[in-house]
Design a protein around this ligand. Structure first.
Ligand code: ADP
Length: 448
């Protein structure tokens, strides 16, 4: 009958849009590798491949109490980390502070003042007012580093736009904000969250080869031979942790019409196109544009189609978490889905509507997981030693909470690398590792 034809054509449109077969994975891997080598050579490339100035391996024997700050997403975190050596981390004290929109978009002084004030609140509450120590600062935006504790912001993303920061050092204003408040905290290290995540895992697992984030945004860091980093102009050293900034990989050749739409209505069209196909800030947006598209929406009952159209008309009106809820719904009638949709104002849905919505989630998230597998597979190819087997530290709510995301990444890796090689690679959740990692990097920086 007619409605069945509409349903099937809608399913076919969905699947065609998000297909990502092995052949295309290989083409993307070649593209990734060629952009990566240009980036390392210092030639124009969408992969920035930023040297982190971390050029020593973490041993697990670093010891002492260190502070860490973690800025780069939804929350700002402050931690006090006791490193006990022998790969053992003592009980971490930490606090989370939500960064108000007005601060994200305010002045430089307001932003760094907010960070220092949050630290003061934490110290007063958790550390008996002690205001002395060494600190690692995880700052998860693209920076050009000029020392382990010095770096200039290249560009804001993830909703931040504070004035007078782009092109300026980000450690100095933090250090000044501490001193202005009489706090004797020394910023010893500046780290990206990917680097921190990797080092956090490396403290107890020495074979950690990579740190990956799949949260609000996506990015990865890995260890490269400095000889392969053509643009390196610093002191000679054997190895260097490289922050790839893979979220910015130019995906123009691989985008479907929904990706192009997400990109064109985003704050920075043309930038972070790999991230826009993978991360939590955009998956919900892809889902929203997909299910309200005429080619897909024809498969819904008319009541559902109309309700989806009005509930999800606005940009960013559909959070990625809803997709997680839908895919995590194991009830036979998809009643958890029904409830979650009703909360968004989509009250009347048939079971078939809910199945189609779920299928859209599967298509979008499976592709996202496979895309991130291609990123990992590409970097592994650049590190021949990793063929012995290695740990890949991953953090971010999408990796942690999205149902089957990890399994789909593993399946993607297996298709890309073959079963044997894929089995030697362990994706390990390094929850909130970036803060711990910054403390570890501060410890390394202290004892050169
Ligand atoms: P950040 O990367 O900012 O440090 P997170 O790792 O917590 O933060 O990721 C936040 C992102 O995760 C948001 O974009 C949000 O849409 C998404 N998210 C929140 N809850 C879930 C969930 N249950 N499943 C999948 N994604 C989620």
């Amino acid at each position: 009958d007619w409605t069945t034809m509409e349903y099937e054509s809608s399913l076919a449109a969905l699947r065609a849009a998000y297909r990502f077969p092995a052949g295309v994975m290989l083409a993307l891997k070649s593209h990734f590798l060629s952009e990566a080598s240009l980036g390392l050579a210092g030639q124009p490339s969408s992969l920035r491949m930023l040297p982190s100035f971390v050029n020593q391996r973490v041993t697990g024997n670093e010891a002492g109490h260190f502070y860490a700050l973690d800025l780069g997403g939804t929350n700002f975190r402050v931690l006090r980390v006791p490193l006990e050596g022998g790969g053992v981390v003592g009980p971490i004290k930490s606090a989370r502070f939500e960064v108000p929109k007005a601060i994200k978009e305010g002045t430089r002084e307001e932003l760094f003042g907010f960070l220092a004030d949050s630290v003061a609140t934490f110290l007063a509450k958790e550390c008996g007012g002690n205001i002395e120590g060494d600190l690692g600062f995880t700052f998860s935006f693209p920076i050009t580093q000029s020392a382990i504790n010095e770096g200039k912001l290249i560009v804001w993303n993830k909703g931040f736009s504070a004035k007078d920061c782009v092109g300026a050092d980000v450690v100095q204003p933090l250090q000044e904000a501490f001193f202005a408040r009489g706090m004797n905290l020394k910023v010893k290290a500046l780290a990206n969250d990917t680097v921190g995540t990797m080092e956090a895992a490396a403290y107890s697992r020495p074979n950690t080869a990579m740190g990956v984030i799949i949260g609000t945004g996506t990015n990865a860091a890995y260890i490269e031979k400095t000889a392969n980093v053509g643009k390196w102009r610093g002191a000679p050293c054997e190895e260097m942790v490289i922050n790839t900034e893979w979220g910015n990989l130019d995906m123009r050749r691989f985008m479907n019409k929904f990706d192009m739409r997400v990109d064109s209505i985003s704050d920075e069209p043309g930038a972070q196109t790999f991230e826009k196909m993978i991360s939590g800030m955009y998956l919900g947006e892809l889902f929203r544009l997909t299910i309200t598209d005429p080619q897909v929406s024809g498969g819904f009952s008319s009541a559902c189609k109309a309700a989806l159209g009005s509930a999800f008309a606005e940009k960013s009106s559909l959070p990625t978490k809803l997709m997680s809820t839908i895919e995590g719904d194991t009830s036979p009638n998809l009643s958890a889905t029904q409830k979650a949709l009703a909360e968004k104002g989509v009250v009347r849905t048939t079971l078939r509507d809910r199945v189609l919505l779920r299928e859209a989630c599967v298509c979008i998230s499976t592709r996202a997981a496979r895309l991130s597998a291609v990123g990992i597979g590409s970097l592994l190819e650049m590190v021949p030693e990793s063929s012995e087997g290695c740990t890949i530290a991953v953090d971010g709510t999408v990796f942690e909470c999205y149902p089957y995301f990890k399994e789909r990444m593993e399946a993607g890796l297996e298709e890309l690398l073959g079963e044997q090689r894929a089995r030697s690679i362990q994706l390990v959740l390094a929850k909130d590792g970036s803060g711990l990692g910054a403390a570890i990097i501060a410890a390394i920086a202290k004892s050169p």
